[in-house]
Ligand binder design. Structure first.
Ligand SMILES: Cc1ncc(COP(=O)(O)O)c(C=O)c1O
Length: 358
């Protein structure tokens, strides 16, 4: 009988709870309204010729590189950040190598790393989900070959300092350090171009969040030219489809759209955090477009109550240290208003009352 590799047989199945997502989508940290209208205009004018040709990735890499002020050869466009993580794992990991992952965090690091047969070393976050720099440094061994950090982190919204991340990269020159900046636009701190000093550093970005293009699957992995040469060898030449490549320059070109969306998210995030504070609910201050908070036994009724009001939010209870924690994505002013109104009602229903005077 045909058998998958042992490492693959051992993988846990990962089913994001997407099924039948009807209502206001505050559960996957997507853009809650959508992409720049410029993208849609472009796609409405697609020609048969556009679809008949094999897609050319390089012009897209030139556009992204120019936007970020780096060289095209320092970039690799990928089919979402997911593929960036996959290619990194396939390029650097041998069975038995060690991969350091500070948890809780984004699930795909562990999945793609474990599928190579590498050994996953989970490092628990410090108190209040702060990034565990000293614990990560202490866990580095000569077999450490990949360290993956979401910065800001999902689902906590915590941000590791650039200084600490560079210390880690320096302490493990034999390992690739991936700094996943999926939520960069909401925090503004980046390690882009630092790989010129630190060759084992990689940075990834995505078009699934602020740009509202999760359905098109566009990400970019960046790093030192010599390392990117290796990654390129190991990636499919047509990993991005023609439609995604046509959309990309339009999405990047509409800076005003992104700026306005980010402003709304930052306003909404502050309003949500203030509301939770007033309710006496413990939350973790976030640098991303979502907020994680603790409701304990109230978590499931809260999520159900929001769903009854047409609002989808995510239960993060299965993440390490997150039992009883919902996570809410923040979006446009209008969506944030709807969310706050429903949140107040549901909190009242489950017995969490506003503390007067706070
Ligand atoms: C930290 C982090 N990285 C990457 C992704 C996924 O990005 P993409 O849609 O580009 O694969 C997510 C999505 O939730 C995320 O939270």
């Amino acid at each position: 009988m045909l058998k998958a590799r042992e490492a693959v047989q051992k993988l846990k199945e990962y089913h994001p709870p997407l099924g039948g997502r009807r209502g206001l989508r505050l559960d996957f940290n997507e853009n809650t309204s959508g992409c720049s209208p410029r993208v849609l205009t472009k796609l409405r004018n697609l020609s048969m010729e556009d679809l008949a040709r094999y897609p050319e990735r390089e012009p897209g890499e030139r556009v992204v590189a120019q936007h970020l002020g780096i060289q095209p050869h320092e970039t690799l466009l990928t089919n979402g950040t997911d593929e960036a993580i996959h290619v990194l794992c396939e390029t650097y990991l041998e069975p038995g190598d060690e991969v350091l992952i500070a948890v809780p965090t984004f699930a795909m690091y562990e999945i793609y790393a474990a599928s190579t047969g590498a050994k996953i070393i989970s490092v628990p976050a410090d108190s209040d989900f702060a990034f565990p720099t000293e614990k990560v440094l202490a866990a580095i061994t000569p077999r450490t070959r990949l360290i993956a950090v979401a910065n800001p982190n999902n689902p906590t919204g915590a941000l590791a300092s650039q200084k600490d991340l560079l210390r880690i990269a320096q302490a493990a020159p034999q390992a690739a350090l991936l700094v996943d900046e999926a939520y960069f636009e909401f925090c503004g701190e980046t390690l882009v171009a630092q790989w010129r000093q630190q060759e084992n550093l990689f940075v990834s970005r995505t078009f699934s969040k602020v740009y509202g293009l999760a359905g098109l699957r566009i990400g970019v992995l960046m790093g030192h030219v010599e390392q990117m040469r290796m990654l390129r060898r190991n990636s499919s030449p047509y990993n991005l489809n023609a439609i995604a490549l046509l959309a990309l320059p339009e999405a990047l070109g509409d800076r005003e759209y992104v700026k306005q969306y980010v402003e709304q998210v930052l306003r909404g995030r502050a309003a949500l955090e203030n509301e939770l504070q007033a309710l006496g609910v413990h939350y973790w201050p976030s640098r991303a477009n979502f907020v994680l908070f603790y409701l304990g036994a109230g978590c499931k009724p809260f999520i159900a109550g929001m769903r009854e009001r047409g609002i989808l939010v995510r239960d993060r209870s299965n993440d390490p240290g997150c039992n009883g924690c919902p996570r809410i994505t923040v979006g446009t002013d209008e969506h944030n208003q709807r969310m706050l109104t429903a949140l107040r009602e549901v909190m009242e229903e489950i017995g969490v009352k506003e503390k007067v005077g706070q």
